[in-house]
Design a protein around this ligand. Structure first.
Ligand code: GDP
Ligand code: MG
Length: 183
């Protein structure tokens, strides 16, 4: 790689999908703005937030597309998915239905987008609200989540707490690396 190429800033487009209330907006707020709020502002169609990062010798802009979870994938306009470098599926470890719905998100995504995009898009799974594990509120075990990831072709898995800022930076840095490798 030339010195010029390494100095060029890459734009990495990452889409967050998952049921409403799993904590997509909170994860982005924690990572980009370093804040957490108990009350949720429901996301309208999508919010786009960016953060500049350095990955090894590369300067990148991670552009996070935070979607409204109640929108099923098919109702999202194609502009959401055009040029995406990584898809982050988010569920809530205390909410089994948010875990079960991953199949739908994943399948719908593969059916439509990967047909348009010959460069297969990488997925990452995030189990959020891991802080509630301590209160015995977990309903989806890490093993079950990892099994799902294995079945879907070894999707990387991270558990986070947007509330306690557990593993959030680490998860997004891995996501950025995966997106950069696709870009
Ligand atoms: P979204 O619909 O996926 O964007 O979810 P939000 O980010 O709006 O979060 C929904 C609710 O869950 C809000 O009340 C948040 O404060 C709360 N929440 C988000 N992340 C966490 C977390 O890691 N732990 C806990 N305990 N609550 C969280
Ligand atoms: Mg939201």
């Amino acid at each position: 790689r030339s010195a010029m190429a390494s100095r060029r800033r890459s734009l990495l487009k990452v889409i967050l999908l998952g049921e409403t209330t799993v904590g997509k907006t909170s994860l982005v707020n924690q990572f980009v703005h370093e804040r957490f709020r108990e009350e949720s502002d429901s996301t309208l169609l999508a919010d786009i937030s960016s953060k500049e990062l350095q990955i090894d010798d590369r300067h990148v802009t991670l552009q996070l597309w935070d979607t409204a979870g109640q929108e099923r994938f098919r109702s999202l306009p194609p502009v959401f998915f055009r040029g995406a470098d990584c898809v982050v599926l988010v569920y809530d470890v205390t909410n089994p239905s948010s875990f079960r719905s991953l199949d739908i998100w994943h399948r719908q995504f593969l059916e439509t987008v990967n047909q348009l995009d010959p460069k297969k898009l990488p997925f990452v799974l995030v189990g959020n609200k891991a802080d509630l594990d301590g209160q015995n509120r977990r309903k989806v075990s890490e093993d079950r989540a990892r099994q799902w990831c294995a079945i879907c072709g070894n999707i990387p898995y991270f558990e986070t707490s947007a509330k306690d800022n557990q593993n959030v930076d680490d998860a997004f840095m891995h996501i950025a690396k995966i997106a950069l490798a696709h870009n």
